[in-house]
Structure formats: structure tokens, C-alpha cells
Design a protein around this ligand. Structure first.
Ligand SMILES: Cc1ncc(COP(=O)(O)O)c(C=O)c1O
Length: 380
């Protein structure tokens, strides 16, 4: 018998759309959140060198000390916060970090609060612990901003966990420092543990993304190399935990994952230690793409008004309700225009009338998507 928890796990729709879109050689992929560039050459070299040296065994569960120190330095130089390497656990991608944070803080019957819209996988992480999900609806007319007062009612129920994501997938919304501080203080007064997914940090174009660790030492923070270093398939991330959780999370990693790949950890250390203009270039590239897509949407008409400017990550949500059901619109866009998009319902009921568009693709492909969608719209 399939367990209830396994059975209740929902599919990740964006990946399903990707599979279907991949059957069309000419499709423009606006459905996936996969960076289209390569990691810096010196990072690839570091991995290859480590492989050739035979750096392929298990490491300590928490990860190599050199990488954990490089991550601690990253927090110091980026946010001016002092994070001891003892609180940092290296994971195979940031997804295991999210699971570890949930496993370490939630019991069956507990409650975790998420925003709606939210990253599609969050409820499934929570469900694996037997806890339940409560959502706080964000308002499209406010650009899906995370307003502290929206969390107040949910936090009054003293949930065990509040999961935050800024810059956010799928909205692209970024919390400013004052808002983040206020939400963290609100959670702490209720004894709620904040879990912050900071995987899109560094991809902020207007307001600077601030780390939860600037405001508290008692939060869990997940981050990694997938997005800003374009290392999705390398599977390398980390979770920062409150000091009192370091031992228990270490035991969880020992049992569930053993460790992240050793030679990949070496590459991660080099990526962090080698200061160059990689991240600035990546940010500028995405900013340009964001501007192109935001302008394109503004010209599409047919009620496809964006109504906000996404300030980070590489996504935006477009309301397609005037064209019909979002699933049908996504199907038609793929079949008739060759443009793949993700129906918003993947990200919660508040996004059901929307399509998520990702601009993690080249300016040329974005221009082509704009051209195809404009032609398609002229006929609907
Ligand atoms: C908000 C968010 N968190 C986490 C992840 C997973 O990232 P990783 O590759 O580090 O597991 C993604 C991937 O798309 C994401 O969008």
C-alpha cells in the first residue's frame, strides 16, 4: 500500500510541462527555472581537478570544513553577519536543506505557514513530516508583496514554522530589510521558527535582498549554488541552522544523505573563494531579460497586464483570466505558438488564473517568445 504521505505528494507541474515541451524541438522554454549559462570555468576546473585527484569519497556529514568556512565568509562579506561554520551543513542541493529544516522543527499535527503563491514543492516538504500547511494569500495588486500584517492572523495560531522565500518563486517579489525584520520579530514573539529559502539571493534588481540571518540567529536558512552559479545538476547547497539544532541536523544528514559529493564541494569552495565579477554579470544579464519581458507583457494587451515589476529571481506571474482557463491557455500557447509556460496553480490557488514565465533564457529566445505570443494573441 502506498503511504498517505507519498500518495499526497503532488507532481511538480513545471517539470511535466518541460517534458512535454521537450518533444517539440523548436519550443521556447519559459516554464523552467534553470539558468541557461555555464558556471565559471575555474569552478569546472576545480571539480575536474578534484575528481582526478581522487577526491571522490565520503566527507563529514556536515561537509568539508574548507567549504563551510567559505560559506561563513560569504555571509560575512555579503550581509556583515557572523555565522559559525558549526551552524552550516552542506547538502546535495538546497532542497535537502528544506527537508532537513522541516524534519528538525515539525511533528505530525504541527503547522507550517506558507505564502500563496509559493514554490510548488514547499507543501510536499511539510507533508513528509505529518505537519499541515496554512497559507497566507498575497495580493496581486500589491505585486505579491509580503506585508507583515498579512501574517499576523496566521501567526496568532502559534504555528511551529513560517517559511519565507525572497526573492520569491514564482512571483519575483523581494522583501526589503524593514519588512523582513518586522516579520521575523512577529514570528519570534509567537515562538515560531522562521525557515528562509534564500536560493535566489544575488538575483535582485531593484531592492537589495536581505538575509534573515541579519535579524536573528534562530532561523534556518537554505541556499546553494544552483541558481547564481548555474550549478543545478551539480547538487550542492547548504542549510544554516540555529546553534541548538546543529547536532540533531547533523544526525539527520548522516542518516538520510551521508554527505554531498566530495569533488563538488571542492568546486563550491572555489566558486565562493574566487571573488570576481561573475555574480555582477549574472545579475545584470537577468535584469536586462526581466526588463525585456516586462516590456513585452505590457505590449501584449488582451488583459495580460502584469500590474507589478518583479524585483528578483527570474520569474513573473501573468494574469491570463481574460483569455480563459490558465491550463488551457498554457496548452494552447505550447501547441499553437510553441511557447512553454507553467500554469500558476502549481504555486497555490492564488495563482490559479496566472501563468508563470521564467526569463532564465537568452534575450534571443525571449524576443522569439514575445514575437510568437504577439502573433498568437492577434488571432485569439
Ligand atoms: C524557491 C526554490 N527553492 C529551492 C529550489 C531547489 O533548488 P536546489 O537545486 O538547490 O535544490 C528551487 C528550484 O527551482 C526554487 O525555485
Amino acid at each position: 500500500m502506498v503511504s498517505d504521505r507519498a500518495d499526497e505528494t503532488t507532481p511538480f507541474l513545471a517539470m511535466e510541462v518541460f517534458r512535454r515541451a521537450s518533444e517539440r524541438a523548436d519550443a521556447v522554454h519559459l516554464e523552467v527555472g534553470e539558468p541557461d549559462f555555464e558556471p565559471p570555468g575555474y569552478v569546472v576546473d576545480a571539480a575536474v581537478d578534484a575528481l582526478r585527484r581522487g577526491d571522490t569519497g565520503y566527507t563529514a556529514a556536515a561537509g568539508k570544513l574548507g567549504l563551510r568556512e567559505a560559506i561563513a565568509d560569504y555571509y560575512d562579506r555579503t550581509y556583515g553577519v557572523d555565522v559559525s561554520p558549526e551552524r552550516i551543513l552542506v547538502t546535495p542541493g538546497s532542497s535537502p536543506g528544506l527537508l532537513l529544516a522541516c524534519l528538525a522543527t515539525l511533528d505530525p499535527g504541527d503547522e507550517a505557514v506558507l505564502t500563496d503563491p509559493h514554490y510548488a514543492c514547499y507543501p510536499n516538504f511539510v507533508r513528509q513530516t505529518g505537519a499541515t500547511v496554512r497559507t497566507v494569500e498575497l495580493d496581486a495588486t500589491e505585486g505579491f508583496a509580503l506585508r507583515p500584517d498579512r501574517f499576523a492572523a496566521a501567526l496568532e495560531r502559534d504555528p511551529e514554522v513560517l517559511l519565507l522565500n525572497s526573492p520569491a518563486n514564482p512571483t519575483g517579489a523581494v522583501m526589503d530589510g524593514d519588512t523582513l525584520r518586522e516579520v521575523v520579530e512577529l514570528a519570534e514573539t509567537r515562538g515560531t521558527t522562521v525557515v528562509a529559502d534564500e536560493i535566489y539571493h544575488g538575483l535582485d534588481y531593484d531592492v537589495e535582498a536581505r538575509s534573515v540571518l541579519e535579524f536573528t540567529d534562530e532561523a534556518f536558512v537554505t541556499d546553494g549554488f544552483s541558481k547564481r552559479y548555474a550549478m543545478t545538476g551539480w547538487r550542492l547547497g547548504w542549510v544554516v541552522v540555529p546553534e541548538s539544532y546543529a547536532d540533531v541536523v547533523n544526525r539527520l544528514v548522516q542518516n538520510l544523505f551521508i554527505c554531498a559529493p566530495s569533488f563538488v564541494q571542492e568546486a563550491g569552495r572555489v566558486a565562493l573563494e574566487r571573488e570576481d565579477d561573475h555574480l555582477d554579470r549574472v545579475r545584470e544579464t537577468y535584469r536586462e531579460r526581466r526588463d525585456l519581458l516586462v516590456d513585452a507583457v505590457a505590449d501584449w494587451g488582451h488583459g495580460l497586464d502584469l500590474g507589478y515589476t518583479p524585483g528578483g529571481a527570474y520569474y513573473l506571474l501573468v494574469d491570463v483570466s481574460e483569455l480563459g482557463d490558465a491550463f488551457d491557455v498554457a496548452d494552447r500557447l505550447l501547441d499553437e505558438a510553441g511557447v512553454a509556460t507553467t500554469p500558476g496553480v502549481d504555486f497555490g490557488p492564488a495563482a490559479a488564473d496566472y501563468l508563470r514565465l521564467s526569463y532564465a533564457t537568452s534575450m534571443d529566445r525571449l524576443r522569439e517568445a514575445d514575437r510568437r505570443i504577439s502573433v498568437w494573441l492577434a488571432d485569439v
